[in-house]
Structures are given as C-alpha cells and as structure tokens.
Design a protein. Structure first.
Length: 435
C-alpha cells in the first residue's frame, strides 16, 4: 500500500484486499483513527483507492506538500481533485474548475472578500452574533454546533443575497440545512443515478432539486430589477457584462458553493473551539480576558488552533494532468495527490504536544510556514479564509464578553464524518453562564 519509486500502474504494491466501496466507507467513517494508523504503518506517502476516484496518494510530509502547492495549476488540478463535490456544487463552481475557467470565476468572486468588503462585514457579523448569543439558554446543556451553524448561515445569506427574510430565503435556509446533513454512505448516491431512485439517495436528490429551484427563482427575480445600489454577491455577479457575463447555471453553482462552504467550516471550527476551551480553565480565562481587552490577535489564535487541533477537512486534493515527481516518487497522470491536513497538523515536530489545545502557538512568529493549511495552499487557497477568521474572531469576542463556557462531560466528544467534513459527534455540547 505504500508507494515505491518509481510508480508504474503495472507494478504498484498491493493495497488492502478490500473492495473500493469498503475502502471508501472506512476512510469516510473512521478517518480520524484510520489515517494515523496508515501513517504509522506505511509512512508519509500512502496509496489508496477511493470513490469516485480510483487511485489517490495521501501525503503527510510537509516538504512534499510544499512542492505540491508550489506546482503549476496546469499540472495540479484542484477542480478535478474535488470531483466528489460536483453533484452538489456543480461543474461551474470555483471549487470544481481549473485553469482559465477557474481564474475567471475567482476574479469575479474576489471583490466580495477584499479588504473593503471585509471591513463592511464586521458590523453585520457583530449584529447577528449578538442577536444569536442573547437567545442562548443559560445553565443547561445544548449543542453549540447547531447554534453556530444557524449563526454562520445567517451571515453568509446576507453576504450572498443582501437579505435573509422572506418565504424563499426561509425555504433556502431549510434546504441548505438538509444538504449538509449527509454522511459517507450518502456520497455514493451523489454519483449514482441508479441509487438516486431509492430511499435516502432519492430524498437527497429531491432536496438538491428543490434547492436549485429556489436559487433559479431568486436569480430570475434579481435579473428583472435595478441592482445598481446593491453590493451583495448575487447582485455583483449579475451586474457583470461582456465576455465574463454568467449564465444562470454558472450563477447557481457559485451561489451554492458560497452558501455551503461559506458557513459550515467556520461553524464547525467555532464549535470545536468552545468544546476545547470549556475543558481548559486556564485557556478559558485567557480567552475571556482577550475578549474584554479587545485582543483580537489572541481570539484569532483560538480559531486557528481549533482548525489545527480539529481539522474540519482532513485533506485537500490535486489531480495530476501529467506524471509528477513528488519527493522520491513518480506519481502518474490521472492520480490524485492528497496533502493531508490531519497528518501534518498532528505531528509533534511541527506542533509540540499536538493533542493539547494551545492558542499561544499562533502568537508571535507562529508555526513554520506550510505546517498549518486548513484553507489549502498555493494558488488555490480558499478565497474565504480571511472572512472565516474574521467571523470567528468577532463571534468569540461577543461570546466571551457575555458568558463563561462549561463542559458538560469530562470526556471529549468523538469526531464524526459528515460528507467531507469532520464534526463533533454529539454537537459539541456545552453550557454557558453569564459572567
């Protein structure tokens, strides 16, 4: 299962004697325990076969990951590497395209996340965070992951549409909630028209169809009104003229991408942060002090350490368009290389005592370059990385000036795989009390 140099399709070492579907399910359902075992057993470069790709190479060496991220975007296709997301995000998504098409989509979306836009979002995020936090129950356990998902969804709805009220937006909110509630088994139905005729896979398909119908209705309505005074993402994209003008299908794919990717990662990072802060009184005291002092560097460090300690996405993907030398290995065209966030974030040589939740790692000079990459790296680093960290910082500040957080169990929650993300198994249950 470990790679040997040089790799040739006819001389690859044997992998597990398990069907493709079983390997995929094992990786999807038990990733947090399986990946460390693979690393101990086979080293930092491991060959797997997973659905819908057949041959992938998991990479857990920071030097090799740097090489991959520094490689040509014409050779390392991130869009093709993310093919598992295509049935939901759509083929035009900024996450699913490569080369010229990707550059075009990225250029059109970048204004929504530049410095001026970010400064404008701060007040809106603060207002929504305060409204959400004031509704929290005191002194009794609740699933904070659910509350953070609700909050970050409200934020991204306003970024994308400018408003979050009305029957259509209410329906969108409900359908988006259903779309993210899938597991490793559901992924098979995403790529199988046959399975989509039955049971859970049919219901998932119908939910995606309802989501599409709502988005296309919103696009059609917006095309018919004056958008000159609007600054939301949909209005900005509709205002594009000339060769860059987007079709309804292209708009749909970018909107779904922003709505899903723009809230789930941040919500999960915040939930894990509260889960871990609640179990360490010293860190909890330091976070409260930072909130009181307006020390946003420390609050951002809390969010970064949460993403380090509990990666929301375990790896990023690049599909090769030609044979590539990755360290001592020659990986053939058609393979997908997976720089492993989980492997590298958990290594003691990069993060001493990696099991410990320690935001101070991100103060001062911080970790070595390339050892922390929850948003990917290179030319395909996530457009919304800065937005996510801003949102997390604002929410943590408003939360800790109001509340103390308490763990409701001394035992940490298990990690659960949900589609491509890793989430708290019981929703990150905590309790809060007024300070």
């Amino acid at each position: 299962m470990a790679l040997r140099s040089p790799i040739r399709s006819s001389s690859l070492p044997p992998g597990p004697r398990l069907p493709l579907a079983v390997q995929t399910l094992l990786l999807g359902m038990f990733r947090t325990s399986l990946v460390p075992w693979l690393q101990r057993r086979y080293g930092d470069v491991v060959r797997l076969r997973v659905y819908p790709e057949r041959s992938v190479v998991l990479v857990g060496d920071v030097g090799l990951v740097r090489e991959i991220f520094a490689g040509s975007v014409e050779t390392f296709h991130a869009g093709e590497g993310n093919v598992v997301l295509k049935p939901v995000m759509g083929g035009h998504s900024v996450l699913l395209t490569d080369e010229d098409e990707h550059r075009r989509a990225r250029k059109l979306l970048m204004p929504a996340f530049n410095g001026a836009a970010m400064r404008g979002y701060r007040e809106m995020i603060t207002r929504l965070a305060v409204a959400e936090l004031e509704r929290w129950p005191q002194g009794r356990p609740f699933r904070v992951h659910d509350r953070m998902r609700a909050l970050t969804l409200e934020v991204i709805l306003r970024v994308v549409f400018g408003v979050a009220d009305g029957p259509r937006v209410d329906a969108l909110r409900a359908e988006l909630g259903h779309v993210v509630e899938v597991n490793a088994l559901d992924l098979f139905g995403w790529h199988s028209p046959f399975l989509q005729r039955f049971g859970r896979w049919r219901r998932n398909r119908e939910r995606r169809e309802r989501l599409d119908s709502l988005l296309y209705a919103e696009i059609a309505e917006r095309r018919a009104v004056d958008l000159s005074a609007r600054t939301d993402v949909l209005s900005r994209l509709l205002a594009v003229e000339g060769d860059d003008r987007l079709s309804d299908a292209e708009l749909r794919d970018q909107l779904v991408t922003l709505l899903l990717a723009g809230h789930e990662t941040t919500a999960t990072a915040l939930a894990w942060a509260l889960h871990d802060v609640a179990r360490d009184p010293a860190v909890a005291s330091r976070v409260s002090q930072a909130a009181d002092d307006g020390d946003e560097k420390y609050l951002e460090a809390v969010a970064k350490e949460s993403l380090r300690r509990r990666p929301v996405i375990a790896e990023v993907a690049r599909k090769l368009t030609e044979d590539v030398q990755v360290g001592p290995y020659t990986v053939p065209a058609g393979y997908t290389v997976l720089p492993s966030i989980a492997m590298i974030h958990g290594r003691a040589e990069h993060f001493p005592s990696p099991e410990k939740f320690d935001p101070s790692r991100f103060l001062g000079d911080g970790p070595d370059a390339g050892t922390w990459f929850p948003f990917g790296g290179g030319a395909r680093r996530c457009l919304g990385a800065g937005f996510s960290l801003l949102e997390a910082t604002v929410v943590l500040r408003e939360l800790f000036v109001r509340y103390r957080v308490e763990a409701v169990s001394p035992r940490p929650e298990r990690v659960k795989s949900r589609h491509i993300t890793l989430v708290p198994g019981s929703g990150a249950r905590i309790a809060v009390r007024r300070r």
